[in-house]
Ligand binder design. Sequence first.
Ligand code: MRU
Length: 339
Amino acid sequence: MTSATSASVQALLWRDAALQLLDQRLLPAQERYLEARDAGTVARAIADMVVRGAPAIGIAAAYGMVLAARAGADLAAAEAQLAASRPTAVNLHWALARLGRLWRAGADAERLEAEAVRMHAEDLAANRAMGRLGASLIKPGSSVLTHCNTGALATGGHGTALGVIRSAWQEGRLAAVYHTETRPWLQGARLTAWELAREEIPAQMIADGAGAHLMKVRRIDWVIVGADRIAANGDTANKIGTYQLAVAARAHGVRFMVVAPASTFDLQLAGGEAIPIEERDAGELTAFGASAVAPAGTRVYNPVFDVTPAALIDAIVCERGVIEKPDAARVAEVIGRTS
Ligand code: MRU
């Protein structure tokens, strides 16, 4: 069985009973795939950012369970190891729960593999649907700003926020595209710039600190971002820096769009304050590659996600529909209810 996506960039490939992960730490300098043949390798690849982006992490975890099942390994241990790889993206837990329900009901490795391949294809289809829905909110001649990387690299293909930008560009709606560099991992500079260049979508990068200034001196119609976890009231966790863009957007009359599949909603959490925020190593901020950029002993606080309150969000676009001015009732209408 082979994963059946047709996007131009493939972050994950399921081939000959092995998972090939495009090593995103090496982009754009090198396009090299890392092969995973066991769940432990997949868990390490997620933790080390070989594969990143909430939907892609979920799909990788699903294939990790398939690898464990095929090897006759301890599935509960594999599930626990994969679940612990990164804390914020709920897609990881959603994917593990979907596979976990099946194997606890007695499904064999072949059945789990079919389910993982289906999830992969469903994510691509969801992204295409969100692309169309999100693009329809964007008036022709608009300028947009995005943050982090939410493209084919972060998903099963096409992308969430970048998928909307891709669709809007194809429909001739965009006058200008801006993206941040996204310190410290540079997902914007390394990955979004690379995807946009491959698609021949003209864009300009800004320093992370330039967002508010950009909104003041140039016309920006929409800030468009992805999500790692959306609480029942619409509060949204995404890459660190998203919240300050939302505050700046509201201050400058710029609309703010979140694009995420239903698998990114965590209806168990009433609000964003309960979303676990990953903190990563100090070295991500004190060094740039192999070079130190801060004096030895510099103390660091390195949260890598933040939570944007629903009140600052104009629309959440998901494959099931558009949630305008999100709150608990509107989220429940489109996504469902917890009980
Ligand atoms: O740390 P990362 O690169 O995994 O963070 C990714 C993001 O924050 C994305 O915006 C989010 O996962 C949505 S990806 C479609």
